[in-house]
Design a protein around this ligand. Structure first.
Ligand code: ACO
Length: 144
């Protein structure tokens, strides 16, 4: 397993993970925009040349990192791949002098919330009807 930077060739595989794991369908341009904004914040878990997980983040106006998407393909979960990706991302944040990471997560997403809590994220507020289907979100924050 290798954690490496995203390249545009990864888009079809990443889009499949996004459809299956995050139930979203984004245009190719979104991935290219995120890549352009912060290359070191778009990481891929690569197994034998195939992306099996990824994390995509941006730096917001306050200089904080915001994780937009984070997922591991279902057959590869609970094997420590999420941890490897998150560790590499925290390292990338450190190199940029970033002191705070933020994200939003569905209130029903127990697995991800447990993962984030294990990695030092704290609940930082409720976001009513944050998702297009009407579900509430939690804001979570980790200080570095
Ligand atoms: N054997 C058994 N358990 C293990 C092993 C192992 N070898 N290695 C790790 N684990 C456990 C960990 O201890 C952890 O346990 P916990 O959930 O009780 O804390 C659990 O497996 C997950 O840890 P990892 O394996 O490092 O993480 P994983 O690769 O499963 O990825 C992720 C975590 C990304 C949240 C995954 O569950 C996922 O893709 N979920 C669906 C998509 C999703 O909800 N993404 C987040 C949305 S929010 C956003 O995108 C901003």
């Amino acid at each position: 397993m290798r954690i490496r930077l995203f390249t545009p060739n990864d888009i079809p595989a990443i889009a499949t993970i996004v459809r299956e794991a995050l139930r979203e369908n984004y245009p190719t341009s979104l991935y290219l925009d995120i890549h352009r904004w912060w290359r070191e914040g778009f990481l891929v878990a690569d197994r034998d040349g195939h992306p099996v997980g990824f994390l995509a983040a941006v730096i917001n106006a306050d200089g904080h990192a915001r994780i937009l998407m984070f997922a591991v393909s279902a057959p590869f979960r609970r094997q420590g791949i999420g941890r490897l990706v998150m560790d590499a991302f925290v390292q990338a944040c450190g190199l940029r002098g970033i002191r705070r990471i933020e994200l939003e997560v569905r209130v029903s997403n127990d697995e991800a919330i447990r993962f984030y809590k294990r990695y030092g994220f704290e609940l930082a507020g409720m976001l009513p009807k944050f998702y297009t289907d009407g579900e509430d979100g939690y804001k979570m924050v980790r200080h570095l």
